[in-house]
Design a protein around this ligand. Structure first.
Ligand SMILES: C[S@@+](CC[C@H](N)C(=O)[O-])C[C@H]1O[C@@H](n2cnc3c(N)ncnc32)[C@H](O)[C@@H]1O
Length: 206
């Protein structure tokens, strides 16, 4: 299982954003939605072995975490407006959400009131990686088998408190090249690397 945790420092945790001006009205939720697409969708398909947590730290309902599970999610479309509509409806449906962990509101979509701690309790045995420009190149690194979790920053990167929190969890820094890239491009590159490795492992077995 591959898991991406995207931390939106200003991304709206409430439904009061405009679909006609997503970047301007949602605290850059659009950045997180593109990550969601890159992590879960390929051409005409949904990855059943992928899961995404969007950490929403913006607005009056923050913090909240939206979990999207590729194994059980239905009708996920690749365009940003459709994804934004789905998230808007899900956030609205949970207007009164209070503590107590994730509540499934639609197939494969669950919401929790809280911050990264809601994610931690779900991770179980997993290798943790924090994606950072200039860190050890994923192409040259062995990744632990089994469950892998990748933490990704938004347009503003990670704040210091989050960096410290991830370091305390012993998340290993990992890079996808020398330039600072857009978050969704990083998710696409990591996904591609994992696909290639899975394919190579499959060919070696057959
Ligand atoms: C647009 S970048 C953040 C830029 C922000 N100005 C900063 O200095 O951190 C968004 C996120 O993508 C990931 N990222 C960007 N480039 C990367 C790279 N070359 N390797 C690994 N992760 C990268 C990081 O998680 C980063 O927080």
């Amino acid at each position: 299982m591959r898991t991406f945790v995207v931390i939106g420092q200003t991304a709206s945790a409430s439904e009061d954003f405009s679909l006609d001006d997503l970047p301007g009205s949602s605290g850059r939720l659009d950045v997180l939605l593109r990550c969601l697409r890159a992590a879960l969708l390929f051409s005409h398909g949904l990855r059943p072995d992928a899961r995404v947590y969007l950490v929403l730290r913006g607005g009056p309902q923050a913090p909240r975490v939206l979990k999207v599970d590729g194994a059980t999610c239905k009708f996920l479309r690749p365009d940003e407006r459709s994804l934004a509509t789905l998230v808007k409806k899900t956030l609205a449906a949970a207007a009164q959400a209070r503590g107590g962990g994730f509540v499934e509101l639609r197939p494969g979509l669950a919401l929790a009131a809280g911050d990264l701690e809601c994610v931690h309790v779900e991770l179980g045995e997993a290798a943790l990686y924090v994606l950072e420009p200039g860190a050890a190149d994923i192409r040259t690194q062995d990744l632990a088998p089994g469950n892998q979790v990748f933490f990704v920053g938004d347009h503003a990167g990670f704040d210091e408190a989050t960096r410290a929190e991830l370091a305390a969890l012993s998340a290993r820094p990992l890079g996808v090249g020398p330039l600072s890239l857009h978050s969704d491009d990083v998710v696409a590159l990591v996904s591609n690397e994992l696909d290639r490795r899975a394919d190579t492992a499959g060919s070696a077995r057959s």
